[in-house]
Design a protein around this ligand. Structure first.
Ligand code: NAD
Length: 467
Protein backbone atom coordinates (compact mmCIF):
# COMPACT_ATOMS: atom_id res chain seq x y z
CA UNK A 1 0.00 0.00 0.00
CA UNK A 2 1.31 3.45 -0.90
CA UNK A 3 2.63 5.62 1.90
CA UNK A 4 -0.37 7.72 1.13
CA UNK A 5 -1.48 11.15 2.19
CA UNK A 6 -4.76 11.30 4.05
CA UNK A 7 -8.08 11.48 2.26
CA UNK A 8 -8.26 15.17 3.20
CA UNK A 9 -4.80 15.83 1.74
CA UNK A 10 -5.89 14.03 -1.45
CA UNK A 11 -8.95 16.24 -1.79
CA UNK A 12 -6.89 19.40 -1.07
CA UNK A 13 -4.36 18.46 -3.77
CA UNK A 14 -7.14 17.97 -6.30
CA UNK A 15 -8.52 21.40 -5.40
CA UNK A 16 -5.03 22.91 -5.75
CA UNK A 17 -4.72 21.57 -9.28
CA UNK A 18 -7.99 23.20 -10.28
CA UNK A 19 -7.07 26.48 -8.53
CA UNK A 20 -3.87 26.55 -10.58
CA UNK A 21 -5.64 25.61 -13.84
CA UNK A 22 -8.23 28.37 -13.79
CA UNK A 23 -6.39 30.91 -11.59
CA UNK A 24 -8.77 31.37 -8.70
CA UNK A 25 -8.33 34.35 -6.35
CA UNK A 26 -5.69 33.38 -3.74
CA UNK A 27 -7.87 34.54 -0.85
CA UNK A 28 -10.78 32.41 -1.98
CA UNK A 29 -8.56 29.38 -2.40
CA UNK A 30 -7.38 29.79 1.22
CA UNK A 31 -10.99 29.82 2.39
CA UNK A 32 -11.88 26.75 0.39
CA UNK A 33 -9.14 24.64 1.90
CA UNK A 34 -10.37 25.32 5.41
CA UNK A 35 -13.37 23.70 7.09
CA UNK A 36 -15.52 26.46 8.63
CA UNK A 37 -16.37 24.49 11.77
CA UNK A 38 -16.03 20.98 13.10
CA UNK A 39 -17.96 19.66 16.05
CA UNK A 40 -16.80 16.62 17.94
CA UNK A 41 -19.17 15.06 20.44
CA UNK A 42 -18.59 12.27 22.93
CA UNK A 43 -21.86 11.15 24.40
CA UNK A 44 -22.97 8.36 26.68
CA UNK A 45 -25.83 5.99 25.90
CA UNK A 46 -27.14 3.36 28.27
CA UNK A 47 -27.58 0.13 26.33
CA UNK A 48 -29.00 -2.94 27.98
CA UNK A 49 -27.89 -1.79 31.42
CA UNK A 50 -24.36 -0.78 30.33
CA UNK A 51 -23.13 2.73 29.54
CA UNK A 52 -21.18 3.17 26.30
CA UNK A 53 -19.47 6.34 25.07
CA UNK A 54 -19.90 7.21 21.38
CA UNK A 55 -17.74 9.56 19.29
CA UNK A 56 -19.33 11.62 16.53
CA UNK A 57 -18.39 14.51 14.22
CA UNK A 58 -20.14 17.06 12.06
CA UNK A 59 -18.00 19.21 9.79
CA UNK A 60 -19.32 22.27 7.97
CA UNK A 61 -16.93 23.11 5.17
CA UNK A 62 -18.61 26.12 3.60
CA UNK A 63 -21.51 28.42 4.43
CA UNK A 64 -21.44 30.60 1.30
CA UNK A 65 -24.90 29.10 0.77
CA UNK A 66 -27.18 27.88 3.54
CA UNK A 67 -28.13 25.36 4.72
CA UNK A 68 -24.99 23.26 4.59
CA UNK A 69 -25.75 19.79 3.31
CA UNK A 70 -24.15 16.38 3.59
CA UNK A 71 -24.60 12.79 4.67
CA UNK A 72 -24.19 11.11 8.04
CA UNK A 73 -21.94 8.08 7.99
CA UNK A 74 -21.94 5.20 10.50
CA UNK A 75 -18.69 3.29 10.34
CA UNK A 76 -15.84 1.99 12.46
CA UNK A 77 -13.40 3.88 10.24
CA UNK A 78 -14.90 7.36 10.60
CA UNK A 79 -12.54 10.05 11.84
CA UNK A 80 -12.41 13.83 11.84
CA UNK A 81 -10.18 14.13 8.78
CA UNK A 82 -12.40 11.86 6.74
CA UNK A 83 -15.49 13.85 7.71
CA UNK A 84 -13.73 17.13 6.83
CA UNK A 85 -12.65 15.76 3.44
CA UNK A 86 -16.17 14.57 2.70
CA UNK A 87 -17.62 17.93 3.79
CA UNK A 88 -15.27 19.66 1.38
CA UNK A 89 -16.36 17.34 -1.45
CA UNK A 90 -19.97 18.31 -0.66
CA UNK A 91 -19.23 22.02 -1.17
CA UNK A 92 -17.86 21.32 -4.63
CA UNK A 93 -20.52 18.77 -5.48
CA UNK A 94 -23.33 21.20 -4.70
CA UNK A 95 -21.68 23.93 -6.76
CA UNK A 96 -21.10 21.62 -9.77
CA UNK A 97 -24.72 20.49 -9.71
CA UNK A 98 -26.02 24.04 -9.16
CA UNK A 99 -27.53 23.25 -5.79
CA UNK A 100 -27.70 26.30 -3.50
CA UNK A 101 -26.24 24.59 -0.42
CA UNK A 102 -22.95 24.74 1.47
CA UNK A 103 -21.00 21.54 2.17
CA UNK A 104 -21.12 19.45 5.35
CA UNK A 105 -20.66 15.86 6.48
CA UNK A 106 -21.11 13.90 9.68
CA UNK A 107 -19.93 10.62 11.06
CA UNK A 108 -20.49 8.36 14.02
CA UNK A 109 -17.79 5.90 15.08
CA UNK A 110 -19.86 2.76 15.33
CA UNK A 111 -20.32 -0.68 13.87
CA UNK A 112 -24.09 -0.52 13.33
CA UNK A 113 -24.25 -4.29 12.83
CA UNK A 114 -23.29 -4.76 16.50
CA UNK A 115 -26.53 -3.19 17.78
CA UNK A 116 -30.21 -4.09 17.59
CA UNK A 117 -32.76 -1.66 16.19
CA UNK A 118 -33.89 -0.38 19.57
CA UNK A 119 -30.32 0.48 20.63
CA UNK A 120 -29.54 2.09 17.27
CA UNK A 121 -32.61 4.31 17.61
CA UNK A 122 -31.48 5.39 21.07
CA UNK A 123 -27.92 6.13 19.88
CA UNK A 124 -29.11 7.98 16.75
CA UNK A 125 -31.57 10.18 18.66
CA UNK A 126 -28.94 11.03 21.28
CA UNK A 127 -26.44 11.92 18.53
CA UNK A 128 -29.09 14.05 16.80
CA UNK A 129 -29.87 15.92 20.03
CA UNK A 130 -26.15 16.67 20.50
CA UNK A 131 -26.00 18.15 16.99
CA UNK A 132 -29.27 20.10 17.30
CA UNK A 133 -28.32 21.75 20.61
CA UNK A 134 -25.07 23.02 19.09
CA UNK A 135 -26.61 24.39 15.89
CA UNK A 136 -25.28 21.59 13.67
CA UNK A 137 -28.69 20.30 12.59
CA UNK A 138 -31.65 22.40 11.47
CA UNK A 139 -33.64 23.10 8.27
CA UNK A 140 -31.93 26.44 7.75
CA UNK A 141 -28.34 25.73 8.84
CA UNK A 142 -27.28 22.13 8.43
CA UNK A 143 -29.29 19.29 6.89
CA UNK A 144 -28.00 15.69 7.01
CA UNK A 145 -28.91 12.81 4.67
CA UNK A 146 -28.10 9.08 4.53
CA UNK A 147 -24.60 7.89 3.70
CA UNK A 148 -22.63 4.68 4.31
CA UNK A 149 -24.23 2.71 7.13
CA UNK A 150 -27.34 4.92 7.43
CA UNK A 151 -30.67 4.91 5.62
CA UNK A 152 -34.23 6.26 5.64
CA UNK A 153 -34.68 4.65 9.04
CA UNK A 154 -31.98 6.74 10.77
CA UNK A 155 -33.24 9.90 9.03
CA UNK A 156 -36.74 9.20 10.40
CA UNK A 157 -35.32 8.90 13.94
CA UNK A 158 -33.40 12.16 13.50
CA UNK A 159 -36.56 13.93 12.32
CA UNK A 160 -38.39 12.67 15.40
CA UNK A 161 -35.60 13.93 17.69
CA UNK A 162 -35.65 17.36 16.00
CA UNK A 163 -39.46 17.63 16.16
CA UNK A 164 -39.49 16.85 19.87
CA UNK A 165 -36.83 19.51 20.63
CA UNK A 166 -38.23 22.17 18.24
CA UNK A 167 -42.00 21.65 18.12
CA UNK A 168 -42.58 25.27 17.02
CA UNK A 169 -40.45 25.01 13.90
CA UNK A 170 -43.01 24.80 11.10
CA UNK A 171 -40.25 23.59 8.74
CA UNK A 172 -39.16 20.73 11.00
CA UNK A 173 -39.56 18.18 8.20
CA UNK A 174 -36.77 19.88 6.25
CA UNK A 175 -34.19 19.22 9.01
CA UNK A 176 -33.11 16.04 7.25
CA UNK A 177 -33.48 14.51 3.76
CA UNK A 178 -33.69 10.91 2.60
CA UNK A 179 -36.36 10.23 5.23
CA UNK A 180 -39.36 7.88 4.92
CA UNK A 181 -41.95 8.99 2.33
CA UNK A 182 -44.82 9.14 4.84
CA UNK A 183 -42.82 11.61 6.93
CA UNK A 184 -41.99 14.13 4.22
CA UNK A 185 -39.52 12.07 2.20
CA UNK A 186 -39.71 12.15 -1.56
CA UNK A 187 -40.19 9.30 -3.99
CA UNK A 188 -36.96 8.58 -5.80
CA UNK A 189 -34.54 9.85 -3.12
CA UNK A 190 -33.50 6.34 -2.15
CA UNK A 191 -32.56 5.55 -5.75
CA UNK A 192 -31.35 9.05 -6.66
CA UNK A 193 -27.57 8.66 -6.39
CA UNK A 194 -27.56 5.48 -8.48
CA UNK A 195 -29.97 6.93 -11.03
CA UNK A 196 -27.79 10.02 -11.21
CA UNK A 197 -24.72 7.86 -11.98
CA UNK A 198 -26.71 6.29 -14.82
CA UNK A 199 -27.72 9.76 -16.10
CA UNK A 200 -24.08 10.89 -15.90
CA UNK A 201 -23.00 7.99 -18.10
CA UNK A 202 -25.91 8.54 -20.50
CA UNK A 203 -24.99 12.20 -20.89
CA UNK A 204 -21.32 11.30 -21.38
CA UNK A 205 -22.27 8.95 -24.20
CA UNK A 206 -24.16 11.76 -25.95
CA UNK A 207 -20.81 13.49 -26.59
CA UNK A 208 -19.31 11.47 -29.43
CA UNK A 209 -15.97 13.31 -29.47
CA UNK A 210 -15.43 12.47 -25.80
CA UNK A 211 -16.30 8.82 -26.39
CA UNK A 212 -13.80 8.74 -29.22
CA UNK A 213 -11.05 10.18 -26.97
CA UNK A 214 -11.83 7.54 -24.35
CA UNK A 215 -11.30 4.74 -26.90
CA UNK A 216 -14.78 3.40 -26.29
CA UNK A 217 -16.85 2.13 -29.18
CA UNK A 218 -20.61 2.19 -29.59
CA UNK A 219 -23.15 3.32 -27.07
CA UNK A 220 -23.58 2.69 -23.35
CA UNK A 221 -25.26 -0.64 -23.94
CA UNK A 222 -22.27 -1.96 -25.92
CA UNK A 223 -19.97 -1.64 -22.89
CA UNK A 224 -18.78 -4.24 -20.39
CA UNK A 225 -19.45 -2.76 -16.96
CA UNK A 226 -17.95 -3.71 -13.56
CA UNK A 227 -19.33 -2.31 -10.30
CA UNK A 228 -17.74 -2.33 -6.85
CA UNK A 229 -20.41 -2.12 -4.13
CA UNK A 230 -23.99 -3.37 -4.04
CA UNK A 231 -25.29 -1.15 -1.26
CA UNK A 232 -27.57 1.81 -1.89
CA UNK A 233 -25.46 3.41 -4.61
CA UNK A 234 -24.08 0.26 -6.29
CA UNK A 235 -27.44 -1.50 -6.34
CA UNK A 236 -29.38 1.46 -7.72
CA UNK A 237 -26.70 2.25 -10.28
CA UNK A 238 -26.79 -1.40 -11.42
CA UNK A 239 -30.59 -1.39 -11.58
CA UNK A 240 -30.85 1.85 -13.56
CA UNK A 241 -28.17 0.67 -16.02
CA UNK A 242 -29.66 -2.83 -16.36
CA UNK A 243 -33.18 -1.48 -16.92
CA UNK A 244 -31.76 0.68 -19.71
CA UNK A 245 -30.21 -2.38 -21.40
CA UNK A 246 -26.61 -2.21 -20.12
CA UNK A 247 -24.45 -5.31 -19.50
CA UNK A 248 -22.94 -5.58 -16.02
CA UNK A 249 -20.43 -8.41 -15.98
CA UNK A 250 -19.14 -8.26 -12.39
CA UNK A 251 -20.26 -6.93 -9.03
CA UNK A 252 -18.20 -6.85 -5.84
CA UNK A 253 -19.03 -6.48 -2.18
CA UNK A 254 -16.94 -6.52 0.99
CA UNK A 255 -16.98 -10.32 1.24
CA UNK A 256 -16.23 -11.14 -2.43
CA UNK A 257 -17.40 -10.72 -5.99
CA UNK A 258 -19.37 -12.42 -8.74
CA UNK A 259 -18.67 -12.55 -12.50
CA UNK A 260 -20.83 -13.47 -15.46
CA UNK A 261 -19.42 -12.37 -18.82
CA UNK A 262 -22.86 -12.62 -20.43
CA UNK A 263 -24.30 -10.10 -18.00
CA UNK A 264 -25.83 -10.35 -14.53
CA UNK A 265 -29.62 -10.24 -14.14
CA UNK A 266 -29.83 -7.41 -11.59
CA UNK A 267 -33.46 -7.95 -10.56
CA UNK A 268 -32.73 -11.58 -9.74
CA UNK A 269 -29.57 -10.55 -7.91
CA UNK A 270 -31.46 -8.05 -5.73
CA UNK A 271 -33.95 -10.78 -4.78
CA UNK A 272 -31.08 -13.20 -4.12
CA UNK A 273 -29.28 -10.71 -1.89
CA UNK A 274 -32.47 -10.00 0.06
CA UNK A 275 -32.93 -13.72 0.67
CA UNK A 276 -29.30 -14.63 1.37
CA UNK A 277 -27.83 -11.40 2.73
CA UNK A 278 -24.96 -11.83 0.25
CA UNK A 279 -24.39 -11.78 -3.51
CA UNK A 280 -21.90 -14.68 -3.42
CA UNK A 281 -22.75 -17.97 -5.17
CA UNK A 282 -25.41 -16.30 -7.31
CA UNK A 283 -26.73 -18.50 -10.17
CA UNK A 284 -24.68 -18.73 -13.38
CA UNK A 285 -21.96 -16.52 -11.91
CA UNK A 286 -18.43 -17.34 -10.79
CA UNK A 287 -17.72 -16.36 -7.18
CA UNK A 288 -14.33 -15.01 -6.09
CA UNK A 289 -13.80 -14.52 -2.36
CA UNK A 290 -11.03 -11.89 -2.71
CA UNK A 291 -13.05 -8.67 -2.95
CA UNK A 292 -10.04 -6.56 -3.98
CA UNK A 293 -9.90 -8.34 -7.39
CA UNK A 294 -12.93 -6.40 -8.64
CA UNK A 295 -10.66 -3.46 -9.55
CA UNK A 296 -8.59 -5.69 -11.87
CA UNK A 297 -11.36 -7.24 -13.98
CA UNK A 298 -10.97 -6.25 -17.66
CA UNK A 299 -13.91 -4.05 -18.68
CA UNK A 300 -14.89 -0.90 -20.55
CA UNK A 301 -16.40 0.93 -17.59
CA UNK A 302 -15.43 0.47 -13.94
CA UNK A 303 -17.78 1.97 -11.36
CA UNK A 304 -16.38 2.09 -7.82
CA UNK A 305 -19.50 2.49 -5.64
CA UNK A 306 -18.28 1.33 -2.23
CA UNK A 307 -15.78 3.48 -0.34
CA UNK A 308 -12.80 5.81 -0.64
CA UNK A 309 -9.16 5.13 -1.61
CA UNK A 310 -9.91 1.74 -3.22
CA UNK A 311 -7.79 2.59 -6.27
CA UNK A 312 -4.35 3.53 -4.99
CA UNK A 313 -0.72 3.09 -6.06
CA UNK A 314 -0.73 -0.54 -4.95
CA UNK A 315 -3.34 -1.57 -7.52
CA UNK A 316 -3.70 1.26 -10.03
CA UNK A 317 -1.57 -0.48 -12.64
CA UNK A 318 -3.89 -3.45 -12.52
CA UNK A 319 -6.91 -1.36 -13.50
CA UNK A 320 -8.06 -2.63 -16.88
CA UNK A 321 -10.83 -0.21 -17.83
CA UNK A 322 -11.16 2.62 -20.37
CA UNK A 323 -13.51 4.72 -18.28
CA UNK A 324 -13.94 5.00 -14.51
CA UNK A 325 -17.13 6.55 -13.20
CA UNK A 326 -16.75 7.44 -9.51
CA UNK A 327 -20.06 6.61 -7.83
CA UNK A 328 -18.38 6.45 -4.39
CA UNK A 329 -16.78 9.48 -2.79
CA UNK A 330 -13.00 9.66 -3.25
CA UNK A 331 -12.42 6.11 -4.55
CA UNK A 332 -9.14 7.10 -6.30
CA UNK A 333 -6.18 8.51 -4.39
CA UNK A 334 -4.42 11.60 -5.73
CA UNK A 335 -1.32 9.66 -6.83
CA UNK A 336 -3.36 6.92 -8.49
CA UNK A 337 -5.41 9.60 -10.22
CA UNK A 338 -2.21 11.03 -11.74
CA UNK A 339 -1.15 7.62 -13.03
CA UNK A 340 -4.58 7.03 -14.58
CA UNK A 341 -4.45 10.46 -16.22
CA UNK A 342 -1.03 9.67 -17.68
CA UNK A 343 -2.43 6.43 -19.04
CA UNK A 344 -5.30 8.40 -20.61
CA UNK A 345 -7.93 6.46 -18.71
CA UNK A 346 -10.93 8.78 -18.50
CA UNK A 347 -12.41 9.47 -15.06
CA UNK A 348 -15.88 10.91 -14.47
CA UNK A 349 -15.26 12.40 -11.02
CA UNK A 350 -17.28 11.85 -7.85
CA UNK A 351 -18.23 15.49 -7.33
CA UNK A 352 -20.23 15.24 -10.53
CA UNK A 353 -21.04 11.53 -10.93
CA UNK A 354 -22.72 10.97 -7.56
CA UNK A 355 -24.38 14.39 -7.25
CA UNK A 356 -27.80 12.88 -8.02
CA UNK A 357 -28.36 12.11 -4.34
CA UNK A 358 -27.88 15.67 -3.16
CA UNK A 359 -29.87 16.99 -6.14
CA UNK A 360 -32.93 14.99 -5.10
CA UNK A 361 -32.28 15.89 -1.45
CA UNK A 362 -32.55 19.50 -2.58
CA UNK A 363 -35.93 18.74 -4.19
CA UNK A 364 -37.05 17.02 -0.98
CA UNK A 365 -35.99 20.03 1.11
CA UNK A 366 -37.89 22.37 -1.24
CA UNK A 367 -40.98 20.15 -0.95
CA UNK A 368 -40.68 20.28 2.86
CA UNK A 369 -40.30 24.05 3.18
CA UNK A 370 -43.04 24.69 0.60
CA UNK A 371 -45.35 22.22 2.39
CA UNK A 372 -46.78 20.85 -0.83
CA UNK A 373 -46.28 17.75 -2.93
CA UNK A 374 -44.72 18.53 -6.32
CA UNK A 375 -47.24 18.34 -9.15
CA UNK A 376 -50.22 18.76 -6.84
CA UNK A 377 -51.20 22.12 -8.31
CA UNK A 378 -50.64 21.46 -11.99
CA UNK A 379 -51.18 17.72 -12.67
CA UNK A 380 -54.89 18.00 -13.53
CA UNK A 381 -54.34 21.29 -15.35
CA UNK A 382 -51.81 19.56 -17.63
CA UNK A 383 -54.22 16.68 -18.20
CA UNK A 384 -57.08 19.02 -19.19
CA UNK A 385 -54.78 20.94 -21.48
CA UNK A 386 -53.62 17.68 -23.12
CA UNK A 387 -57.26 16.65 -23.57
CA UNK A 388 -58.04 19.98 -25.28
CA UNK A 389 -55.10 19.47 -27.67
CA UNK A 390 -56.34 15.96 -28.53
CA UNK A 391 -59.85 17.29 -29.19
CA UNK A 392 -58.51 20.13 -31.33
CA UNK A 393 -56.38 17.75 -33.44
CA UNK A 394 -59.29 15.33 -33.87
CA UNK A 395 -61.53 18.21 -34.96
CA UNK A 396 -59.29 19.48 -37.75
CA UNK A 397 -57.98 16.12 -38.93
CA UNK A 398 -59.78 13.37 -40.81
CA UNK A 399 -57.65 10.78 -38.95
CA UNK A 400 -58.00 9.96 -35.25
CA UNK A 401 -54.92 10.16 -32.99
CA UNK A 402 -53.68 6.69 -31.96
CA UNK A 403 -54.43 5.71 -28.33
CA UNK A 404 -50.78 5.69 -27.21
CA UNK A 405 -50.35 9.30 -28.39
CA UNK A 406 -53.62 10.32 -26.72
CA UNK A 407 -52.42 8.70 -23.47
CA UNK A 408 -49.13 10.60 -23.65
CA UNK A 409 -50.82 13.91 -24.36
CA UNK A 410 -53.39 13.67 -21.58
CA UNK A 411 -50.85 12.56 -18.95
CA UNK A 412 -50.14 15.05 -16.18
CA UNK A 413 -46.75 14.68 -14.46
CA UNK A 414 -46.79 13.36 -10.88
CA UNK A 415 -44.14 13.95 -8.23
CA UNK A 416 -41.96 11.03 -9.31
CA UNK A 417 -41.95 12.23 -12.93
CA UNK A 418 -41.01 15.74 -11.87
CA UNK A 419 -38.17 14.47 -9.66
CA UNK A 420 -36.85 12.22 -12.44
CA UNK A 421 -36.95 15.12 -14.87
CA UNK A 422 -35.18 17.44 -12.39
CA UNK A 423 -32.49 14.82 -11.79
CA UNK A 424 -31.93 14.27 -15.50
CA UNK A 425 -31.73 18.00 -16.13
CA UNK A 426 -29.25 18.49 -13.25
CA UNK A 427 -26.92 15.76 -14.50
CA UNK A 428 -27.11 16.84 -18.15
CA UNK A 429 -26.56 20.53 -17.51
CA UNK A 430 -23.67 19.90 -15.10
CA UNK A 431 -21.73 17.74 -17.58
CA UNK A 432 -22.29 20.30 -20.30
CA UNK A 433 -20.81 23.01 -18.06
CA UNK A 434 -17.85 20.76 -17.19
CA UNK A 435 -17.21 20.10 -20.88
CA UNK A 436 -17.53 23.75 -21.82
CA UNK A 437 -14.92 24.77 -19.25
CA UNK A 438 -12.68 21.82 -20.18
CA UNK A 439 -12.61 23.04 -23.77
CA UNK A 440 -12.31 26.73 -22.87
CA UNK A 441 -9.24 26.23 -20.66
CA UNK A 442 -7.94 23.24 -22.65
CA UNK A 443 -7.98 21.10 -19.50
CA UNK A 444 -6.84 17.52 -19.84
CA UNK A 445 -9.25 15.80 -17.48
CA UNK A 446 -12.77 15.93 -16.14
CA UNK A 447 -11.83 16.12 -12.47
CA UNK A 448 -9.90 19.37 -12.82
CA UNK A 449 -12.67 20.69 -14.99
CA UNK A 450 -15.45 19.76 -12.52
CA UNK A 451 -13.55 21.34 -9.62
CA UNK A 452 -12.93 24.41 -11.76
CA UNK A 453 -16.64 24.80 -12.54
CA UNK A 454 -17.36 24.63 -8.80
CA UNK A 455 -14.50 26.97 -7.86
CA UNK A 456 -15.59 29.62 -10.36
CA UNK A 457 -19.14 29.62 -8.97
CA UNK A 458 -18.02 29.71 -5.33
CA UNK A 459 -15.41 32.40 -6.04
CA UNK A 460 -18.12 34.58 -7.61
CA UNK A 461 -20.39 34.02 -4.66
CA UNK A 462 -17.71 35.00 -2.10
CA UNK A 463 -16.52 38.02 -4.07
CA UNK A 464 -20.08 39.33 -4.44
CA UNK A 465 -20.96 38.86 -0.77
CA UNK A 466 -17.60 39.83 0.70
CA UNK A 467 -15.26 37.64 2.72
P1 NAD B 1 -23.79 1.31 1.67
O1 NAD B 1 -23.37 1.17 3.07
O2 NAD B 1 -25.24 1.22 1.33
O3 NAD B 1 -23.02 0.24 0.74
C1 NAD B 1 -21.62 0.09 0.76
C2 NAD B 1 -21.25 -1.07 -0.16
O4 NAD B 1 -19.83 -1.14 -0.25
C3 NAD B 1 -21.72 -2.43 0.30
O5 NAD B 1 -22.18 -3.16 -0.81
C4 NAD B 1 -20.43 -3.08 0.84
O6 NAD B 1 -20.42 -4.49 0.74
C5 NAD B 1 -19.42 -2.47 -0.09
N1 NAD B 1 -18.06 -2.51 0.46
C6 NAD B 1 -17.64 -2.07 1.66
N2 NAD B 1 -16.33 -2.32 1.82
C7 NAD B 1 -15.92 -2.92 0.68
C8 NAD B 1 -14.69 -3.44 0.22
N3 NAD B 1 -13.60 -3.38 0.98
N4 NAD B 1 -14.63 -3.99 -1.01
C9 NAD B 1 -15.74 -4.06 -1.80
N5 NAD B 1 -16.93 -3.59 -1.42
C10 NAD B 1 -17.02 -3.03 -0.20
O7 NAD B 1 -23.19 2.73 1.19
P2 NAD B 1 -23.71 3.67 0.01
O8 NAD B 1 -24.70 4.61 0.56
O9 NAD B 1 -24.04 2.82 -1.18
O10 NAD B 1 -22.40 4.53 -0.28
C11 NAD B 1 -21.35 4.03 -1.09
C12 NAD B 1 -20.45 5.20 -1.51
O11 NAD B 1 -21.22 6.18 -2.19
C13 NAD B 1 -19.77 5.94 -0.34
O12 NAD B 1 -18.52 6.40 -0.80
C14 NAD B 1 -20.70 7.13 -0.12
O13 NAD B 1 -20.04 8.22 0.50
C15 NAD B 1 -21.06 7.44 -1.55
N6 NAD B 1 -22.30 8.23 -1.72
C16 NAD B 1 -23.48 7.78 -1.21
C17 NAD B 1 -24.65 8.53 -1.44
C18 NAD B 1 -26.01 8.04 -0.98
O14 NAD B 1 -27.01 8.69 -1.35
N7 NAD B 1 -26.12 6.94 -0.26
C19 NAD B 1 -24.58 9.75 -2.14
C20 NAD B 1 -23.35 10.16 -2.65
C21 NAD B 1 -22.21 9.39 -2.45
Amino acid sequence: MENRPTFLANVDKMIDEAIEAVKIDQNISKILKTCRSVLQVKFPVRIKGKTEIFYGWRAVHSTHRLPAKGGLRYSINVNQEEVEALASLMTFKCAVADIPFGGAKGGLLINPKKYDEESLEKITKKFARELIRRGFLSPSRDVPAPDMGTSQREMGWILDAYKSLKPDDINHMACVTGKPIQHGGIKGRLEATGRGVHQALKEFFRHKKEIYKTNLKGNLNNQKIVIQGFGNVGLNTSKALYDDGARIVAIGEKNGLIINEKGINIHKLIKYKNENNSILNFENAKTIKDSSKIIEIPCDILIPAALENVINTSNVNKVNAKLICEAANGPITYNANKILNDKKITIIPDIYANAGGVAVSYFEWIRNISHIRMGRLNKRYEEHRGQSIVEAINKISSKKLPKNLVDQLVYGANEEDIIASGLEDTMRMALQEILELKNKYKLTNYRVSAYSVALKKIEKSYLELGI
